[in-house]
Design a protein around this ligand. Structure first.
Ligand code: HEM
Length: 59
């Protein structure tokens, strides 16, 4: 279900679709990440939390 939502977006919300921007393998990787992101060990947790958002990073 998460894969479908990421690939197609959610109608009548701001949630966009990523099905054309990402390869199928990337969509599944993202799906798995979303499923487990609230229970990751500290090291991978730190890595993804350190990723800067394009919207907020300045350069
Ligand atoms: C990395 C980018 C993104 C990913 C991986 C992603 C993924 C998801 C997923 C999996 C859901 C469903 C959550 C659930 O089933 O409970 C969701 C919902 C939603 N997303 Fe995104 N999303 C992204 C970016 C965005 C952006 C850029 C927006 C808008 C600016 C957005 C707006 C929404 C909204 C409004 C919902 C809730 C829709 C509802 O209430 O049914 N998302 N997103």
């Amino acid at each position: 279900m998460t894969y479908w939502k990421v690939a197609h977006g959610i109608r009548f919300t701001a949630m966009p679709s990523f099905g054309k921007a990402l390869e199928d393998r990337q969509l599944w990787q993202l799906t798995l990440f979303l499923k487990h992101m609230d229970g990751l060990p500290p090291a991978p947790e730190r890595v993804w939390k350190a990723v800067k958002s394009e919207a907020t990073s300045s350069s």
